[in-house]
Design a protein around this ligand. Structure first.
Ligand code: NDP
Ligand code: OXD
Length: 291
């Protein structure tokens, strides 16, 4: 793709990088810690994922711009995953899968999607299309983020002062925030206690958002009835970890979404072109906010 679209820009795949002094752009998940020693003339670091929490931003020289992945394939995958999890909870599919294991045939009522209030923490490149998709399916949708967002049909809550009101009107809580100093451990006992009793948690953000013991507390106290965790800390969890066999936890191995090769490559190409023309790049992070 690079050879076709930007033939004047030599493209190398690690570790076959030719002269590291000539490297101006790097696309990576976890680049080497001593980035500026390895690539002294690096100008832009592209994270191949949406998140940048895998980078040690403080050690990356200020002169290097950091750009995360924002591409339609990531959003599409996330919409599919969250829709699957919300529909499965609403239509009791996790419960029926357990029943099948016990050879039990016992149906339940047909409850409207409108009866479920879905709250998405993080109304960004992924949270917004997820909210829009869920609203199409009839769920009552709310979002919470640092700043207010105007999305048709979605109630937007903003900042710490509106978090309690958001939680009080959420039956299914979805975490789609970046992991930063401000959000680490945000899914904790205090937060769970503010949700209606028996709520469901879907964590597609990062394992570091969740305080694991507090999740077990929330089940023991009936505060939560179900969790779907696509991310854990560490990944994978140790074999003896209680989450593996917990009847109310569904674990998936960090597969909610990922960057797609074609559309992700196109995004990096487009950003390099923008950068070389002196324009803004899509997905450049704020170093002070950490996302
Ligand atoms: P964005 O940066 O586009 O959106 C982040 C959202 O979180 C924004 O709405 C932002 O608010 C909000 N936010 C950030 N900090 C806070 C805070 N302290 N309080 C309240 N809201 C906050 O990110 P993406 O949507 O692209 O991705 C989100 C995350 O999803 C990634 O960082 C990654 O961790 C995770 N992810 C997981 C995947 C998986 O497979 N499980 C795949 C891809 C991503 P505001 O709008 O006001 O800035
Ligand atoms: C990402 C991820 O951040 O896959 O893109 O988790």
């Amino acid at each position: 793709m690079f050879a076709r679209e930007l033939p004047e820009l030599p493209f190398h795949v690690w570790p076959d990088i030719d002269d590291p002094q000539k490297v101006r752009y790097l696309a990576a998940w976890q680049p080497p810690e001593n980035l500026s020693e390895v690539f002294p003339n690096l100008e832009v670091l592209f994270s191949v994922g949406a998140g940048v929490d895998q980078l040690n931003i403080a050690t990356i020289p200020q002169s290097i711009r950091i750009v995360r992945m924002m591409e339609p394939g990531l959003a599409e995958g996330m919409m599919e995953y969250v829709l699957w999890a919300v529909l499965s909870y609403h239509r009791k599919m996790f419960h029926y899968a357990q029943q099948q294991g016990q050879h039990v045939w016992q149906g339940g009522a047909n409850i409207s999607a409108r009866a479920f209030r879905v709250g998405v923490m993080g109304m960004g490149a992924l949270g917004t299309p997820v909210l829009e998709k869920l609203a199409q399916f009839g769920y009552a949708c709310n979002g919470w983020s640092r700043s207010r967002h105007n999305i048709l049909g979605i109630k937007s809550y903003a900042g710490p002062e509106e978090l309690d009101a958001f939680l009080a009107s959420t039956d299914i809580l979805i975490c789609l925030m970046p992991l930063t100093d401000a959000t680490r451990g945000i899914l904790n006992r205090e937060l769970f206690a503010k949700l209606p009793k028996g709520s469901c948690l879907i964590n597609c953000g990062r394992g570091g958002h969740l305080v694991q013991d507090d999740l077990l507390w929330a089940f023991d106290n009936g505060q939560l009835s179900q969790a779907v965790l696509d991310v854990t800390d560490p990944e994978p969890l140790p074999k003896e970890h209680p989450f593996w066999d917990h009847p109310s936890i569904i674990l998936t191995p960090h597969v909610a979404s990922s960057s797609r090769v074609e559309s992700g490559g196109e995004m990096i190409l487009k950003n390099i072109t923008q950068y070389e023309r002196g324009f803004e790049m899509t997905g450049e992070i704020s170093r002070s906010l950490g996302y």
